[in-house]
Design a protein around this ligand. Sequence first.
Ligand code: TXA
Ligand code: MG
Length: 358
Amino acid sequence: METVFFKMGTEETLDEKYVRKAGNCLKQGGLVAFPTETVYGLGADALNEKAAEKIYAAKGRPSDNPLIVHIADMASIEKIVRDFPEKARKLAKDFWPGPLTMILNKKEIVPKSTTGGLETVAVRMPDHPLALKVIKAAGGYVAAPSANTSGRPSPTLARHVLEDMNGKIDMILDGGEVGIGIESTIVDMSVEPPMILRPGYITEEMLEQSIGEVLTDPALLFLPEEKAPKAPGMKYKHYAPKGEMKIVEGSGGCVVEAINNFVANELENNKKVGIIATDETYSCYPKGLVKSIGSRSDDKTIARNLYAVLREFDEAGIESIYSESFQDGSMGQAIMNRLLKAASHNVIDAEQAELGGI
Ligand code: TXA
Ligand code: MG
């Protein structure tokens, strides 16, 4: 299959033409990738069983991992959910369009391939003008997982989508770099109190300010083998770069010193080593391929660059990656959740390493 790649934003009439083309393609059961405010999505008509099935094949995604249905206006919700509780309504009012996905009880019309056979459906209204236009042009319901090959970092640029999906999907709409860079917060509204299944830009505190008590899936706080997470997709090794990744924890100076020691060691063994640093520490690493992921004074920059940096290490053929750790800041939990998965929970204590323990 030839994948049409179109760069939006050069001429308005051309943009409109490609939105129409994308809409028609989706209506006919095709696959179209488009930007959202979080990451690029790989869209299919969410109410068309066969179309949604194609997503799993293109991504190499396990079929028990359900998709998120993207809508473009509030009126669309009624057709796909059995009930829309008061708290869900409040969250929609406060955070939609935006990086929040809600799990709700589904109606019959949502096919099995979209929900992986579950009785619930994940719904989100993205905050991106192009995404909203494409969803409308497609008839209102677009199932869209992140547009990466399963197990690879999510795409934050159209180029990343092309790398993974060229020849496998009908169309890619290039709308430039995404704003947030990590996937939406998922909150299960089919249980009481509601429960966060995936951390993201919208934090537990933000949700609690809107609707009161919200819990976090305990599995997010444990090692993957200790507890099965409630969002099926959270159990898979995800977001993985090709090199072996380790996260080094501890106080600032200690982390830098420990990473430099590890890097020296790897270089002696002729390994290609990468370092995930920050603007603040970038110049403290004299050896290895050093990349700043953003500034600790603004963790939104870290979220935005995370996946692109992992992909850049892949392109450079890096075999071993050492990353600083990021627990502080409002997005700290979401960032660490992705990093820990990329590192298969491989965490090193810098103080221990200093003592020669590792
Ligand atoms: O920001 C995002 O949410 C992006 C953009 C494209 O909108 N999409 C995205 O989709 O991240 P995906 O497929 O990569 O992640 C969907 C997650 C998976 O972990 C899946 O298991 C979970 O949502 N999920 C979907 N339906 C669910 C359901 N009914 N119950 C529990 N978890 C569900
Ligand atoms: Mg994904």
